[in-house]
Design a protein around this ligand. Sequence first.
Ligand code: URA
Length: 270
Amino acid sequence: MPEGSLAWCRFGAAEPLRFMVLDMASHFSDDKVALKEALRRLRLLITGIEGSGIQHFHRQRTVLTPTVMEPSPEGDQPTEKGRGALLAEVREDLGDCRRCRLHMGRTNLVFGDGSPEAELVFVGEGPGFDEDRLGLPFVGRAGKLLDKMIQAIRLSRQDVYICNVVKCRPPENRTPGADEMDACSPFLFRQLEAIGPRVICALGLCAAQALLGRAASMGGLRGRRFKWRGIPLICTYHPAYLLRNPVQKGAAWQDLIQVRRILNETNHKG
Ligand code: URA
């Protein structure tokens, strides 16, 4: 689609058509993109440093010599380890997990699926019946709706990464308990760190609470731009909730427009 054009998109086949205008006119010269990316990384670095408890540095007069970063063999990003390798490391550490009681009922552990280079990560609650059977996230009815939501913002499932707060199916699809979320969320956080997306979309309250570290109502979370360790975070309704309450699809679509807008703010992962 040509840059600057207006795209009319439809979301939700069962819904009356909801047409929205996407603002595609985010123009950045190459230099501005590079600058924006550098600032984004600096922000991530500072957030990480603050998170590790360091509050200030000693001043030191040093002449800095520029270092050359080598591009990684897998991608365009000069990282020490590729994102795929980092994700594989998280999966390996998770192993045949028995850290909480949810492992007892599982058929398959559902780690996550999609591109390690994804600019957008969706975080759901936990595997359901179909996901547990197949070992993949969002492959049931809610997954079909999530596919439509992804397509509505001009992406495909291969472009994004999808995972859950807990990796094993809770009995009868109940909401995961706080202890189960606590046991599993360090692995979710490591997945997000490994991928380093431009934006995270929390699907439902469980994901929003795990990422924000506090309880809230969806009404209080929607329509706002949060940050998770420096990465923009948008909270929206879970697709399973939307299947039961299709009247809220319009609101979810508004949230997806915010996600698209953030992705448009910088148009490539440098
Ligand atoms: N619901 C979720 O939260 N995650 C899945 O993977 C499937 C349904």
